[in-house]
Design a protein around this ligand. Structure first.
Ligand SMILES: Cc1cc2nc3c(=O)[nH]c(=O)nc-3n(C[C@H](O)[C@H](O)[C@H](O)COP(=O)(O)O)c2cc1C
Ligand code: FES
Length: 640
């Protein structure tokens, strides 16, 4: 690889790469992100390589293994360029047909393109697919266009142009001013101004100063940072170098959780390739600016994503938070000034430098600029990564992009902000999504987790789930968090177990208050959010559990019973056969009965009873009548 010594040489290389590429040459882009790999993308890739070879097309067709374009629900994703034909759920057995039909004969295979489940309409191009067409994909939109292990792909789309501009056309102060003017807010949780934090580290008197990427991403269900790190690592590296230049740092760390092996691998390759081109290391692009990056693999604890904990881990100690009497921006790693930002925050920086703060300010809302990537999961038709301008509504995201709730069920709530975020009910679906609006609703933006819940979700159980998670993940260093979470878990377990007391609601409120005020780090201070929001918006469910021992969603097993209605049972033996606890008795022509003592409330009988019979019923808040707990009844039709 040639070492580049000026922006002109960088531009020359870019032109050379582009001149080597024929824009009309077919390219088969296959998503090789973790989601698609889990669905068998490696086999699809192998099948394409074999088929192209078999048909003697190696010189005429390129295969590109890319990062995640977001629609993981429909993986493996394959896009055929130059047309941009978007194939979903591709299996190895589809490959020969794609090669002969689409590559050779330029015909679209209907079966593999997106079909609207309600209208049956087909969408061939990315821009036609509802999941994509309502997004603004400034950050993840490039993933399908590049092989993250080939720096030339990033250079071909203009990569490292912003770095050249920053180093040669701007002073560090001007870069800092531009980021401040863009009002870039941290995407990792708190939404703190990136420019102001950079300024603190820059102004801190001590040397050396460090810059760090936070790719710990411990929120259950979240994978925005993984997709960027795996799919477009150079965008994060470029942002980090620009930040380092503005701050006056010459050493950076990329902290990636160990459970992201592909991200660790791809970012390692990216660093090496950037070094070889002279885009990283000493005298970057001949500018005189030196900067190196080390990758630190995190041990996978949620709390280690907290700034002081992460920095302690980089020092080689256990990744637990420490008191921040002086902010980490001023005294961080080894007590040196250390600026930490989230993956997505860094990835925004090249865009801001390239296009200017005014352009960035034109996207988003008054207080939250730019776009935000959400990981849309749970009870929603289109799960995956969604990037939207700040300010779109929850309804836009869940219904227009996410395609609504499956099986015609009713939307109940959406949990935003990760485990210590909050649950937002239906009446706020039209609220704009930005840092401030979500906080007003008692939730938060967090790093972008968005879990959709339908009518079958018990909100007390949801609060219990998140408190349980946080209890396990609390480092235990401070009493409010360690003891508070345990007490909350006890109380919530009591409520979902049918032992709730009248005083429990008040007690939960009191524990929440102490935790929010007195915990050492934001894990503890924000942990009460799932409890407080569910108590605020779903008070009726708490009351039903405590006062009537009733779970309105039939989720809390101790409060639910199943019985078989003798007038509807057809003695078909399906529930009897499928019951994992052998709790159902009855035989041919014998009406079935559930032994309440043996029943584990798994609900299998309810699920498998044919809908035309609907013989299995659920009860909550009242016992199964004694007459339905026994029986030797013979089916009426058998008597005749
Ligand atoms: C318990 C806990 C876990 C956190 N985990 C992450 C994480 O995985 N990724 C992240 O970027 N920020 C995480 N944060 C927020 C960081 O402390 C820090 O605010 C953030 O990395 C700063 O970057 P930003 O300003 O770009 O958002 C976490 C905070 C807490 C309290
Ligand atoms: S991993 Fe392939 S679309 Fe997300």
């Amino acid at each position: 690889m040639p070492r580049l010594n000026s922006p002109a040489e960088l531009e020359g290389l870019r032109q050379e790469i582009l001149s080597r590429r024929d824009p009309d040459k077919p390219v088969i882009a296959i998503c090789a992100g973790t989601g698609c790999l889990a669905l068998g993308a490696d086999k699809v890739i192998a099948a394409f390589k074999e088929e192209i070879k078999k048909q003697g097309l190696e010189a005429q067709v390129d295969i590109r293994e890319t990062g995640c374009p977001g629609f993981c629900e429909k993986g493996t994703i394959v896009v055929i360029y130059p047309e941009g034909i978007y194939y979903l759920q591709v299996k190895p057995e589809d490959v020969p047909e794609i090669v002969s039909e689409t590559i050779k004969s330029k015909r679209v295979i209907d079966r593999l393109v997106y079909t609207d489940p309600s209208t049956g309409e087909k969408a061939i191009l990315e821009s036609e697919i509802p999941f994509y067409k309502n997004q603004k994909r400034l950050l993840i939109g490039e993933n399908i266009k590049i092989d993250p292990r080939n720096i030339d792909d990033y250079l071909a789309i203009g990569g490292y142009g912003a770095l050249g501009k920053a180093l040669f056309e701007m002073t560090p102060e001007q870069v800092l001013e531009e980021v401040k003017r863009a009002d870039l807010r941290g995407r990792g949780g708190g939404g703190f101004s990136a420019g102001r934090k950079w300024q603190s580290t820059r102004d801190a008197p001590d040397e050396p100063k460090y810059v760090i990427v936070n790719c710990d991403e411990g929120d259950p269900g979240a994978f925005m940072d993984r997709a960027l790190m795996e799919g477009n690592p150079h965008s994060v590296i470029e942002g980090l170098i620009i930040g380092a230049y503005a701050i006056g740092s010459h050493e950076g760390f990329i902290y990636v959780r160990q459970e992201y092996p592909l991200a660790v691998e791809n970012v390692g390759i990216a660093i090496k390739q950037a070094e070889e081109y002279g885009l990283l290391g000493s005298n970057i692009l001949g500018s005189g600016f030196d900067f190196t990056i080390k990758v630190h693999r995190g041990a996978g604890a949620f709390v280690s994503g907290e700034s002081s904990a992460l920095m302690t881990a980089i020092e080689g100690r256990v990744g637990e938070p420490r008191p921040k009497y002086i902010r980490t921006a001023i005294k961080g790693i080894w007590d040196q000034p250390s600026n930490l930002n989230n993956v997505e925050t860094w990835a925004n920086v090249p865009l801001i430098i390239e296009n200017g703060a005014d352009w960035y300010n034109s996207i988003g809302t008054e207080g939250s600029k730019g776009t935000k990537i959400f990981s849309l999961v749970g009870k929603v038709n289109n799960t995956g990564l969604v990037e939207v301008p700040m300010g779109v509504t929850l309804r836009d995201i869940i219904f227009d992009i996410g395609g609504g709730v499956p099986e015609g069920k009713r939307f109940k709530a959406v949990q935003t902000g990760g485990p210590s975020g909050g649950c937002i009910p239906e009446q706020y679906l039209d609220s704009p999504v930005d840092f401030d609006e979500l906080s007003k609703l008692g939730s938060m933006m967090g790093s972008g987790g968005m879990i959709v819940m339908d009518e079958d979700t018990c909100m007390v159980d949801v609060a219990r789930y998140f408190i349980d998670f946080l209890c396990d993940e609390s480092c235990g260093k401070c009493i409010p968090c360690r003891e508070g979470l345990k007490r909350m878990r006890e109380i919530l377990n009591r409520i979902v177990g049918g032992e709730g007391r009248e005083s429990d609601i008040e007690l939960l409120g009191q524990v929440s208050l102490v935790m929010a005020r007195a915990s050492l780090c934001a894990l503890g201070t924000s942990a009460p959010n799932p409890v407080l929001t569910t108590m605020r918006y779903f008070a009726d469910e708490y009351r039903a559990h405590i006062e009537q021992k009733r779970c309105l969603a039939f989720v809390c097993k101790k409060l639910v019973s199943y019985y078989i209605d003798p007038s509807r049972c057809q003695a078909c033996r399906i529930c009897l056969r499928d019951c994992p606890a052998d709790a159902i008795s009855g035989g041919k022509n014998q009406i079935h009965v559930i032994d309440q003592a043996k029943c584990t409330k798994c609900g299998t009988c309810f699920d498998v009873c044919p809908s035309r019979f609907q013989a299995v019923n659920r009860l909550s808040g009242e016992p199964v009548p004694a007459s339905l707990q026994t029986g030797e009844r013979v089916l009426a039709r058998a008597k005749k």
